[in-house]
Design a protein around this ligand. Sequence first.
Ligand code: FAD
Ligand code: SIN
Length: 532
Amino acid sequence: MVADHRFEYVVLGSGIAGLTFALKVAETGPVAVITKKNRAESNTNYAQGGIACVTSTEDTFDLHVRDTLEAGAGLCREDVVRGIVEEGPARIKELIDLGMSFSERANSSTRELDLGKEGGHSKRRILHAKDITGREIEGALLTALALHPNVEMFENHAAIDLITRRKLGFTTDNRCVGVYVLDIKTGRVETFASRHVLLATGGCGKVYLYTTNPDIATGDGVAMAYRAGVPVANMEFIQFHPTCLFHPKAKSFLISEAVRGEGGVLRNGAGHAFMNGVHPLKSLAPRDIVARAIDAEIKRTGAECVYLDITHRSRDFLQNRFPAIFAKCLEFGIDMSVEPIPVVPGAHYQCGGVVTSPEGRTELPGLWAVGEVGCTGLHGANRLASNSLLEALVVAHRAALAVKNEPPVPRLKSLPPWESGSAQDADEMVVIYHNWREIRQLMWDYVGIVRTTKRLKRAASRLRSLTAEVQDYYWNYKMTCDLIELRNLVLVASLIVDSALSRHESRGLHFTLDFPETDTSAPPSDSILRPG
Ligand code: FAD
Ligand code: SIN
């Protein structure tokens, strides 16, 4: 059958990684940008703190490299770190030329960027647009893209699975040749043929019950790549952000680390600044350390949350520097200028992902992965704050250059249509929701900030039976976005657990009571999972 759509480039995802890549390749051929909800809905859109980049004369590339390596706990690839850090200023300049405007310093006679500070950074180096950096970046990229005649946007379209020559029965020259995509509004599965498919589907925060991520973050890219035979790495390193707003009605709202960068102090219910004895950087220590200390404090005191206190700064300052956070807190009756903000940790960022080269190339020809979905070696065992937007910008640029220099490959004349079940039973559909909830709860309970082998094994066993149940639905029931996401969630959860079980040490974001020390007897190694 002739494919429903044929494009030179198919981009899955419309966050910073997908949009940057699409803009850069559009002059060389037609591009489809496929995105699950509306075009702006992405983790990118909610980024608050900003982009880490050396722009100040008081800062150096060496210091940014050193901070990144230190946070990454021995697992970063130093060449990758240096390359990305040093390329940052050029990519930031392009973003500014596109129309992105970063906050500037008040009271400065010359135009100077206002640089924020976050955990683990030894210098002020975070470029930001107040506390809505992501929304501004997303807006600038979408505006630029809307003007491009070669780009077609498919909103409310969810990619289901990659199409490879191997899956079509060819025994030679395996490569990715397209993707099956659900049109969520019509319920029809469409075939997109393409020489180059870019995974830019972001992370997997929704695998956990409590997360800073929006609903789109269900690990679809990692799951699709793994099913297509591509290895993934370091999935045990899930970063928990220390400070999500704690309020029964506040769904996934982050209180930026930049609040601590401006002097915010973490306190327990009795007012004690409990980070003081934990790390020299106190409340601004790297995230893994702060999240663990909060977890320990909550367990020790039996309280539901801890508090972030920035009441020593003026109301004017707070309203101007953090307008969105200030307004959101007020919506819930919290005036952050006079009372501390209740906070808890939540799953925030996937440091591992689809294994790629520093230009986003995967092991499968024709398949690229950029942004949170990919694992270049920048983050190691723990991402330094505000390095992810930087990585996505730099690697998307490199992927766009690399893809343009690829030798031409012949197209397949036809692709088989999608086949799936047609059953629709309202009772059974409720079970999908229950399974979804069970996965997220068990990941939170057994595969959280502090782990043990026993709990990980319990999670692995439960996930095995959930996998079997989900497979059953998958083949028999009509395809829906919920079902696509559930199938991906259960696979990604299993990858996280398997990676965690394979690491017999504590390192960075992976902390287990059974192996509380970092193994120094051998060089640190990635945990790579290869599909069987
Ligand atoms: P995303 O921006 O998440 O985009 C993924 C896209 O893929 C979305 O459009 C989604 O709809 C689409 N998609 C997913 N699955 C499918 C599918 N099956 N089919 C079709 N489309 C699909 N990082 C920083 O560096 N600095 C910060 O200040 C910062 N703050 C953050 C604050 C919050 C609240 C959160 C959640 C994250 C923050 N991060 C920050 C992390 C950073 O925002 C993300 O890592 C980054 O934006 C990821 O970009 P991306 O393009 O890879 O993916
Ligand atoms: C934040 O603003 O705290 C998030 C920054 C990040 O995740 O890098």
